[in-house]
Design a protein around this ligand. Sequence first.
Ligand code: ASP
Length: 382
Amino acid sequence: MKKINIKNDQLQIYKRENSNLWQLKIKLPKKKAIRISSGTKILIEAKKIGIQKYNHLLNNEIKKIQIDKTYFYKKIHLIESENLNKKEIECFLDTSNKYIEFNKKRIKKSNILEGRTVFNLFFEDSTRTRTSFEVAAKRLGADLINVAVKDSSINKGETLLDTMTTINSMSPDVIILRHPEEGISKKISKIVKSSVINAGDGSHEHPTQALLDALTIRKKFKKFKGLKIAICGDILHSRVARSNIEILSTLGASINIIGPKSLIPLDLKRKKLNIYYNMKKGLKNCDIVMMLRIQKERIVGTHILNEKEYFNQYGLDYKKLSYAKKNAFVMHPGPMNRGVEIETNLADDISRSLIQEQVTMGVAIRMACLEILVNNRDKYGS
Ligand code: ASP
Protein backbone atom coordinates (compact mmCIF):
# COMPACT_ATOMS: atom_id res chain seq x y z
CA MET A 1 0.00 0.00 0.00
CA LYS A 2 1.27 3.44 -0.89
CA LYS A 3 2.19 5.54 2.13
CA ILE A 4 0.47 8.96 2.24
CA ASN A 5 2.05 11.90 4.04
CA ILE A 6 -0.21 14.80 4.80
CA LYS A 7 1.33 18.23 4.28
CA ASN A 8 0.68 21.22 6.45
CA ASP A 9 -1.69 22.99 4.03
CA GLN A 10 -3.70 19.82 3.50
CA LEU A 11 -4.91 19.84 7.10
CA GLN A 12 -6.98 22.69 8.42
CA ILE A 13 -8.50 23.32 11.81
CA TYR A 14 -11.13 26.06 11.84
CA LYS A 15 -14.44 27.18 13.25
CA ARG A 16 -17.43 27.87 11.07
CA GLU A 17 -19.04 31.25 11.40
CA ASN A 18 -21.72 31.25 14.15
CA SER A 19 -20.62 27.84 15.33
CA ASN A 20 -18.85 26.75 18.49
CA LEU A 21 -17.71 23.54 16.95
CA TRP A 22 -14.21 23.02 15.70
CA GLN A 23 -13.76 21.39 12.34
CA LEU A 24 -10.82 19.38 11.18
CA LYS A 25 -10.55 19.09 7.42
CA ILE A 26 -8.14 16.92 5.50
CA LYS A 27 -8.05 17.43 1.75
CA LEU A 28 -5.60 15.45 -0.26
CA PRO A 29 -5.25 15.99 -4.05
CA LYS A 30 -7.76 14.04 -6.04
CA LYS A 31 -9.40 12.74 -2.87
CA LYS A 32 -12.65 13.56 -1.22
CA ALA A 33 -12.24 15.90 1.75
CA ILE A 34 -12.61 14.35 5.20
CA ARG A 35 -14.23 16.52 7.86
CA ILE A 36 -14.34 15.76 11.56
CA SER A 37 -16.01 18.09 14.01
CA SER A 38 -15.45 18.68 17.72
CA GLY A 39 -16.56 16.03 20.13
CA THR A 40 -14.20 13.71 18.34
CA LYS A 41 -10.53 13.05 18.93
CA ILE A 42 -9.45 16.54 18.01
CA LEU A 43 -10.63 17.82 21.39
CA ILE A 44 -8.99 15.00 23.28
CA GLU A 45 -5.72 15.83 21.57
CA ALA A 46 -6.18 19.54 22.27
CA LYS A 47 -6.81 18.71 25.93
CA LYS A 48 -3.60 16.71 26.10
CA ILE A 49 -1.62 19.58 24.62
CA GLY A 50 -3.31 21.98 27.03
CA ILE A 51 -2.42 19.85 30.04
CA GLN A 52 1.20 19.51 28.94
CA LYS A 53 1.46 23.25 28.43
CA TYR A 54 -0.19 23.94 31.79
CA ASN A 55 2.11 21.59 33.65
CA HIS A 56 5.07 23.22 31.99
CA LEU A 57 3.89 26.64 33.15
CA LEU A 58 3.21 25.24 36.60
CA ASN A 59 6.73 23.84 36.85
CA ASN A 60 8.18 27.18 35.90
CA GLU A 61 6.01 28.72 38.55
CA ILE A 62 7.38 26.31 41.19
CA LYS A 63 10.91 27.16 40.24
CA LYS A 64 10.23 30.77 41.04
CA ILE A 65 10.22 30.46 44.84
CA GLN A 66 10.51 33.95 46.21
CA ILE A 67 13.58 34.44 48.34
CA ASP A 68 14.51 37.53 50.20
CA LYS A 69 18.25 37.39 50.65
CA THR A 70 18.47 39.63 53.69
CA TYR A 71 18.64 37.22 56.59
CA PHE A 72 18.89 38.01 60.25
CA TYR A 73 21.49 35.24 60.43
CA LYS A 74 24.58 36.74 58.79
CA LYS A 75 27.19 34.00 59.10
CA ILE A 76 28.36 31.65 56.38
CA HIS A 77 28.72 28.57 58.62
CA LEU A 78 26.37 26.79 60.98
CA ILE A 79 28.49 25.13 63.63
CA GLU A 80 26.82 25.40 67.00
CA SER A 81 23.58 26.41 68.63
CA GLU A 82 25.27 27.89 71.63
CA ASN A 83 25.80 31.33 70.19
CA LEU A 84 22.56 31.64 68.25
CA ASN A 85 20.24 34.35 69.50
CA LYS A 86 16.45 34.19 69.33
CA LYS A 87 16.17 36.23 66.12
CA GLU A 88 18.79 34.10 64.38
CA ILE A 89 16.97 30.91 65.34
CA GLU A 90 13.68 32.42 64.15
CA CYS A 91 15.36 33.34 60.88
CA PHE A 92 15.99 29.63 60.19
CA LEU A 93 12.48 28.66 61.28
CA ASP A 94 10.78 31.40 59.25
CA THR A 95 12.84 30.63 56.14
CA SER A 96 11.74 26.98 56.44
CA ASN A 97 8.04 27.83 56.26
CA LYS A 98 7.91 28.16 52.49
CA TYR A 99 9.72 24.82 52.16
CA ILE A 100 7.15 23.04 54.35
CA GLU A 101 4.58 24.01 51.70
CA PHE A 102 6.93 23.40 48.78
CA ASN A 103 7.65 19.85 49.99
CA LYS A 104 3.93 19.03 49.76
CA LYS A 105 3.84 19.81 46.03
CA ARG A 106 3.75 17.12 43.40
CA ILE A 107 6.84 18.47 41.68
CA LYS A 108 9.51 19.35 44.23
CA LYS A 109 12.22 20.98 42.22
CA SER A 110 13.52 24.51 42.34
CA ASN A 111 16.53 26.19 40.83
CA ILE A 112 17.52 28.31 43.84
CA LEU A 113 20.85 26.51 44.21
CA GLU A 114 21.35 25.54 40.58
CA GLY A 115 25.03 25.28 39.76
CA ARG A 116 26.05 25.04 43.43
CA THR A 117 28.02 22.09 44.76
CA VAL A 118 27.30 20.53 48.13
CA PHE A 119 29.44 17.80 49.72
CA ASN A 120 28.06 15.37 52.27
CA LEU A 121 31.00 14.12 54.30
CA PHE A 122 29.91 11.69 57.00
CA PHE A 123 32.55 9.94 59.08
CA GLU A 124 29.89 8.38 61.32
CA ASP A 125 26.78 6.42 60.40
CA SER A 126 23.71 8.35 59.48
CA THR A 127 20.51 7.71 57.59
CA ARG A 128 18.16 10.57 58.45
CA THR A 129 20.57 13.48 58.53
CA ARG A 130 22.60 12.47 55.48
CA THR A 131 19.61 11.66 53.29
CA SER A 132 17.64 14.69 54.38
CA PHE A 133 20.54 16.98 53.45
CA GLU A 134 20.70 15.14 50.15
CA VAL A 135 16.98 15.56 49.49
CA ALA A 136 17.18 19.22 50.55
CA ALA A 137 20.12 20.04 48.28
CA LYS A 138 18.59 18.24 45.30
CA ARG A 139 15.19 19.88 45.71
CA LEU A 140 16.95 23.22 45.60
CA GLY A 141 18.66 22.22 42.37
CA ALA A 142 22.22 21.87 43.76
CA ASP A 143 24.64 19.12 42.79
CA LEU A 144 25.22 16.93 45.80
CA ILE A 145 28.20 14.67 46.22
CA ASN A 146 28.06 11.97 48.86
CA VAL A 147 31.63 11.15 49.75
CA ALA A 148 31.75 7.45 50.52
CA VAL A 149 34.07 7.74 53.48
CA LYS A 150 34.39 3.99 53.75
CA ASP A 151 35.91 3.89 50.25
CA SER A 152 37.93 7.08 50.55
CA SER A 153 41.64 7.62 50.99
CA ILE A 154 41.06 8.21 54.70
CA ASN A 155 41.40 4.45 54.93
CA LYS A 156 44.72 4.62 53.14
CA GLY A 157 46.14 6.83 55.85
CA GLU A 158 45.19 10.23 54.44
CA THR A 159 44.48 12.68 57.25
CA LEU A 160 41.18 14.48 57.57
CA LEU A 161 43.05 17.67 56.76
CA ASP A 162 44.29 16.22 53.45
CA THR A 163 40.79 15.12 52.58
CA MET A 164 39.38 18.56 53.35
CA THR A 165 42.10 20.29 51.34
CA THR A 166 41.35 18.02 48.39
CA ILE A 167 37.63 18.71 48.58
CA ASN A 168 38.31 22.42 49.04
CA SER A 169 40.25 22.43 45.76
CA MET A 170 37.09 21.32 43.98
CA SER A 171 35.45 24.62 44.99
CA PRO A 172 32.40 23.36 46.87
CA ASP A 173 29.80 25.84 48.08
CA VAL A 174 28.81 23.88 51.18
CA ILE A 175 30.45 21.05 53.11
CA ILE A 176 28.21 19.12 55.49
CA LEU A 177 30.38 17.37 58.02
CA ARG A 178 29.72 14.67 60.58
CA HIS A 179 32.68 13.43 62.57
CA PRO A 180 33.28 11.82 65.99
CA GLU A 181 35.69 14.56 67.09
CA GLU A 182 34.20 17.41 69.10
CA GLY A 183 34.89 20.84 67.66
CA ILE A 184 36.13 19.51 64.31
CA SER A 185 33.59 21.43 62.18
CA LYS A 186 34.79 24.70 63.65
CA LYS A 187 38.42 23.86 62.86
CA ILE A 188 37.55 22.82 59.32
CA SER A 189 35.49 25.98 58.74
CA LYS A 190 38.69 27.97 59.25
CA ILE A 191 40.57 26.00 56.61
CA VAL A 192 38.13 25.64 53.72
CA LYS A 193 36.61 28.37 51.60
CA SER A 194 33.11 26.93 51.53
CA SER A 195 30.33 27.16 54.07
CA VAL A 196 30.44 24.40 56.67
CA ILE A 197 27.44 22.82 58.38
CA ASN A 198 28.08 20.78 61.50
CA ALA A 199 25.95 17.66 61.10
CA GLY A 200 27.15 16.28 64.43
CA ASP A 201 30.59 16.47 66.05
CA GLY A 202 31.00 13.79 68.69
CA SER A 203 28.94 14.49 71.78
CA HIS A 204 29.15 18.22 71.18
CA GLU A 205 26.49 19.71 68.87
CA HIS A 206 24.03 18.95 66.10
CA PRO A 207 22.41 22.31 65.38
CA THR A 208 20.18 21.34 62.43
CA GLN A 209 18.61 18.58 64.55
CA ALA A 210 17.69 21.10 67.24
CA LEU A 211 16.38 23.53 64.62
CA LEU A 212 14.16 20.86 63.09
CA ASP A 213 12.93 19.92 66.56
CA ALA A 214 12.10 23.56 67.24
CA LEU A 215 10.29 23.79 63.89
CA THR A 216 8.25 20.67 64.73
CA ILE A 217 7.32 22.11 68.13
CA ARG A 218 6.47 25.53 66.71
CA LYS A 219 4.22 23.98 64.09
CA LYS A 220 2.30 22.07 66.77
CA PHE A 221 2.17 24.63 69.59
CA LYS A 222 2.73 27.97 67.75
CA LYS A 223 4.82 29.23 70.69
CA PHE A 224 7.63 28.31 73.07
CA LYS A 225 6.91 30.54 76.05
CA GLY A 226 5.09 28.56 78.71
CA LEU A 227 6.00 25.18 77.20
CA LYS A 228 7.66 22.60 79.41
CA ILE A 229 9.87 20.19 77.52
CA ALA A 230 11.45 17.08 79.04
CA ILE A 231 14.70 15.83 77.48
CA CYS A 232 15.27 12.29 78.71
CA GLY A 233 17.93 9.62 78.67
CA ASP A 234 21.61 9.66 77.76
CA ILE A 235 22.21 13.40 78.07
CA LEU A 236 25.93 12.99 78.70
CA HIS A 237 26.78 11.70 75.23
CA SER A 238 24.03 13.45 73.28
CA ARG A 239 24.84 16.28 70.89
CA VAL A 240 21.09 16.45 70.21
CA ALA A 241 20.45 17.24 73.89
CA ARG A 242 23.14 19.92 73.98
CA SER A 243 21.88 21.68 70.87
CA ASN A 244 18.25 21.41 71.94
CA ILE A 245 18.93 22.76 75.42
CA GLU A 246 20.48 25.85 73.85
CA ILE A 247 17.89 26.44 71.16
CA LEU A 248 14.72 25.61 73.08
CA SER A 249 15.70 27.64 76.13
CA THR A 250 16.72 30.62 73.97
CA LEU A 251 13.26 30.42 72.39
CA GLY A 252 11.67 30.64 75.85
CA ALA A 253 10.69 27.04 76.72
CA SER A 254 11.43 25.62 80.13
CA ILE A 255 13.51 22.43 80.11
CA ASN A 256 13.45 19.42 82.41
CA ILE A 257 16.43 17.11 82.10
CA ILE A 258 15.75 13.52 83.14
CA GLY A 259 18.08 10.53 83.23
CA PRO A 260 20.28 8.33 85.36
CA LYS A 261 22.88 10.25 87.38
CA SER A 262 25.73 8.63 85.47
CA LEU A 263 24.37 9.97 82.15
CA ILE A 264 23.83 13.58 83.18
CA PRO A 265 26.87 15.83 82.73
CA LEU A 266 27.95 17.94 85.67
CA ASP A 267 28.32 21.12 83.63
CA LEU A 268 24.53 21.19 83.09
CA LYS A 269 24.03 22.05 86.74
CA ARG A 270 25.37 25.54 85.99
CA LYS A 271 22.59 26.20 83.50
CA LYS A 272 19.05 27.20 84.43
CA LEU A 273 17.65 23.70 84.00
CA ASN A 274 15.56 21.43 86.18
CA ILE A 275 17.35 18.12 86.63
CA TYR A 276 15.55 14.92 87.65
CA TYR A 277 16.70 11.35 88.07
CA ASN A 278 13.17 10.02 88.07
CA MET A 279 10.65 10.02 85.18
CA LYS A 280 7.54 10.43 87.33
CA LYS A 281 8.77 13.63 88.94
CA GLY A 282 10.49 14.97 85.83
CA LEU A 283 7.58 14.49 83.45
CA LYS A 284 5.03 16.31 85.59
CA ASN A 285 3.29 19.06 83.57
CA CYS A 286 5.43 18.51 80.49
CA ASP A 287 3.97 19.31 77.06
CA ILE A 288 6.66 17.42 75.18
CA VAL A 289 8.76 14.38 76.06
CA MET A 290 11.91 14.18 73.96
CA MET A 291 13.59 10.80 74.23
CA LEU A 292 17.25 10.22 73.34
CA ARG A 293 19.10 7.21 72.06
CA ILE A 294 21.63 5.59 74.36
CA GLN A 295 24.86 6.38 72.52
CA LYS A 296 26.45 2.97 72.99
CA GLU A 297 29.30 3.89 70.66
CA ARG A 298 30.39 6.70 73.00
CA ILE A 299 29.87 5.05 76.35
CA VAL A 300 33.21 4.07 77.83
CA GLY A 301 33.79 3.38 81.47
CA THR A 302 30.41 4.77 82.59
CA HIS A 303 28.21 2.38 84.47
CA ILE A 304 24.87 1.96 82.75
CA LEU A 305 21.89 -0.16 83.59
CA ASN A 306 21.20 -3.21 81.50
CA GLU A 307 18.58 -2.63 78.79
CA LYS A 308 15.69 -4.13 80.71
CA GLU A 309 16.40 -2.14 83.86
CA TYR A 310 16.93 0.96 81.76
CA PHE A 311 13.55 0.52 80.07
CA ASN A 312 11.82 -0.03 83.40
CA GLN A 313 13.23 3.15 84.86
CA TYR A 314 13.68 5.50 81.92
CA GLY A 315 12.06 3.93 78.85
CA LEU A 316 8.97 5.80 77.71
CA ASP A 317 5.73 3.84 77.58
CA TYR A 318 2.09 4.94 77.85
CA LYS A 319 2.21 4.66 81.63
CA LYS A 320 5.17 6.99 82.06
CA LEU A 321 3.74 9.33 79.40
CA SER A 322 0.63 9.67 81.60
CA TYR A 323 2.81 11.49 84.17
CA ALA A 324 3.16 14.33 81.66
CA LYS A 325 0.30 16.62 80.54
CA LYS A 326 -2.80 14.87 79.23
CA ASN A 327 -2.08 15.42 75.54
CA ALA A 328 1.71 15.56 75.72
CA PHE A 329 3.63 14.68 72.55
CA VAL A 330 6.61 12.39 72.15
CA MET A 331 9.73 13.16 70.12
CA HIS A 332 12.89 11.20 69.30
CA PRO A 333 15.69 12.22 66.91
CA GLY A 334 16.21 8.63 65.72
CA PRO A 335 17.55 6.10 65.30
CA MET A 336 15.47 4.53 68.07
CA ASN A 337 16.33 1.57 70.24
CA ARG A 338 12.80 0.25 70.40
CA GLY A 339 12.02 -1.38 73.71
CA VAL A 340 15.03 0.31 75.34
CA GLU A 341 14.32 4.04 75.43
CA ILE A 342 10.84 3.94 73.91
CA GLU A 343 8.01 1.45 73.64
CA THR A 344 7.50 0.50 70.04
CA ASN A 345 3.69 1.08 69.89
CA LEU A 346 4.05 4.52 71.40
CA ALA A 347 6.77 5.47 68.93
CA ASP A 348 4.42 4.59 66.06
CA ASP A 349 1.29 6.14 67.55
CA ILE A 350 0.84 9.21 65.36
CA SER A 351 -1.73 10.68 67.74
CA ARG A 352 1.05 11.06 70.34
CA SER A 353 4.32 10.78 68.47
CA LEU A 354 5.87 13.56 66.38
CA ILE A 355 8.75 11.38 65.21
CA GLN A 356 7.68 11.18 61.56
CA GLU A 357 6.88 14.89 61.54
CA GLN A 358 10.43 15.57 62.80
CA VAL A 359 11.82 13.84 59.72
CA THR A 360 9.54 15.88 57.43
CA MET A 361 10.58 19.12 59.13
CA GLY A 362 14.22 18.02 58.81
CA VAL A 363 14.10 18.42 55.05
CA ALA A 364 12.49 21.87 55.25
CA ILE A 365 14.95 23.18 57.83
CA ARG A 366 17.92 21.87 55.87
CA MET A 367 16.65 23.54 52.71
CA ALA A 368 16.48 26.79 54.68
CA CYS A 369 20.01 26.30 56.04
CA LEU A 370 21.43 25.70 52.57
CA GLU A 371 19.58 28.71 51.15
CA ILE A 372 20.75 31.02 53.93
CA LEU A 373 24.39 29.92 54.02
CA VAL A 374 24.90 29.97 50.26
CA ASN A 375 23.39 33.45 49.92
CA ASN A 376 25.34 34.72 52.93
CA ARG A 377 28.55 33.39 51.45
CA ASP A 378 27.82 35.20 48.17
CA LYS A 379 27.33 38.37 50.17
CA TYR A 380 29.84 38.20 52.99
CA GLY A 381 32.22 35.38 52.07
CA SER A 382 35.74 36.01 50.87
N1 ASP B 1 20.74 11.04 64.86
C1 ASP B 1 21.14 11.78 66.03
C2 ASP B 1 22.62 12.12 65.99
O1 ASP B 1 23.26 11.89 65.03
C3 ASP B 1 20.77 11.09 67.27
C4 ASP B 1 21.43 9.76 67.52
O2 ASP B 1 22.27 9.31 66.77
O3 ASP B 1 21.12 9.21 68.56
O4 ASP B 1 23.13 12.65 66.95
